[in-house]
Design a protein around this ligand. Structure first.
Ligand code: GCO
Ligand code: MG
Length: 402
């Protein structure tokens, strides 16, 4: 089999997605997600100008070799744009292989290790009663794990809190909007939120919280400690992770489990975190971390240290990535949990898929390959629209982590 063509489909059915479609001489094609939120066209151009020309004529079954060719062969390694492009090619090739062998990707990764993939949903509220209501609603829908974000009194707008009645979507069309941030108010408030939540929803549901990189290590340690009575499933991205050593300090002070890695694009971003057991869950994703090939190696390394996966699964990861993550999560032994932020029905129409949610778990379905397609005609009706993630400033105007 040979790769004969590859093209990009850039569309915006409620939000932007970049999808790579690789075609073979046997009529089988594969899909890969190449979406990098707020920087979509950089990846599209990287693929179009520098990667696609090198793919034509190659054997789509030689996945490891193609991966090494794109990673080592470029000379310039790593970085979100490069690694998202490599991921898209990698996932498309796994899709092709599964289709050619008439088997779902989870079978190519070792077969089923479990019946379903535990997922967590997002509860959001502008205040504590709103957050409790939103959590209860998700529990009634069958979710066994819920991430809870809430507006902080005295902080006008912040990460994870919807502005109107629509579901929360971080990227906004147009230029970046500005959020405000106060560490002091946040730190005083979050333990109250989880105290109220546990009182209302009981001890059994898994509760999670995303700090979204906004604290220093010692502040994160304080928060982790304060949250211990409410036994969170995890505290996510407590501090920026450029300095992996920062997590040592948090770990010394609290037994609240820690998840990080959604912005990582290389295993090396997580190497110290894993081998020192400074984190419990690795959130690196297939789309930004170099594809199934790269993540399998990272997950296997993590398994040795009893670190589990907890992959990123926000709406900016297309249904193609969601499917890939579900095959992956079904197969590997050290799977922990998978984020599930449902796409809009328009996005689902553009990407018809076999995966489904049932009673707290998701399954990828048993179709060959990924079990996801793209309706190109429909996609064409929704052209790319510039959109950015917000930025954040402290109350005195200093730019800070959003
Ligand atoms: C999460 C994430 C997202 C990101 C978004 C950026 O845990 O789901 O933090 O909400 O902010 O995916 O593109
Ligand atoms: Mg996050």
């Amino acid at each position: 089999m040979k790769i004969v063509a590859a093209k990009l489909i850039v569309c915006s059915p409620d939000r932007n997605f970049v999808t790579l479609k690789i075609e073979t001489d046997e009529g089988i094609y594969g899909l890969g997600d190449a979406t990098l939120n707020g920087r979509e066209l950089a990846v599209a151009s990287y693929l179009e100008e520098h990667v696609i020309p090198c793919l034509i004529g190659r054997d789509p079954f030689a996945i490891e070799d193609v991966w090494q060719y794109l990673y080592r062969g470029a000379y310039w390694r790593r970085g979100p744009v490069t690694m998202t492009a490599i991921s898209a090619v990698d996932v498309a090739l796994w899709d092709i292989k599964g289709k050619a062998l008439h088997t779902p990707i989870y079978n190519l990764l070792g077969g089923k290790s479990r019946q379903g993939v535990l997922v967590y949903a997002h509860a959001n509220g502008s205040d504590i009663p709103g957050a409790i209501e939103s959590t209860k609603k998700l529990m009634a829908e069958g979710y066994l794990a819920v991430r809870v974000q809430c507006g902080v009194p005295g902080v006008a707008s912040s990460y994870g809190v919807p502005k109107g009645s629509k579901p929360y979507e971080p990227a906004e069309r147009g230029l970046p909007s500005e959020n405000v941030w106060s560490t002091e108010r946040y730190l005083n408030f979050v333990p109250q939120l989880f105290e109220a939540l546990r009182r209302e929803v009981g001890e059994d549901v898994h509760l999670l919280h995303d700090v979204h990189h906004r604290l220093t290590p010692i502040e994160a340690a304080r928060l982790g400690k304060a949250l211990e009575p409410y036994h969170l499933y995890w505290m996510e991205d407590p501090t920026p992770a450029e300095d992996q050593d920062a997590f040592r300090l948090i770990r010394q002070h609290t037994v609240t489990p820690i998840a990080t890695g959604e912005v990582f694009n290389s295993f090396w971003d997580a190497h110290d975190l894993i081998r020192n057991q400074w984190v419990d869950y690795l959130r690196m994703t297939i789309v930004h971390g170099g594809g199934i090939t790269a993540l399998k190696k990272a997950a296997d390394f993590a398994a040795v240290y009893q670190v589990k996966t907890g992959f990123h699964g926000a709406t900016d990861l297309s249904p193609v990535t969601m499917a890939a993550a579900l095959h992956f999560g079904l197969a590997i032994h050290n799977f922990g949990i998978q984020e599930h932020m449902p796409h809009t029905s328009l996005t689902d129409q553009v990407f018809p898929h076999a995966y489904r949610f049932d009673a707290g778990y998701m399954v990828p379905g048993d179709e060959p390959g990924l079990g996801v397609d793209i309706d190109e005609r429909l996609a064409q009706k929704y052209p790319y629209q510039r959109a950015y993630l917000p930025i954040a400033r402290k109350l005195d105007g200093t730019l800070t982590d959003w």
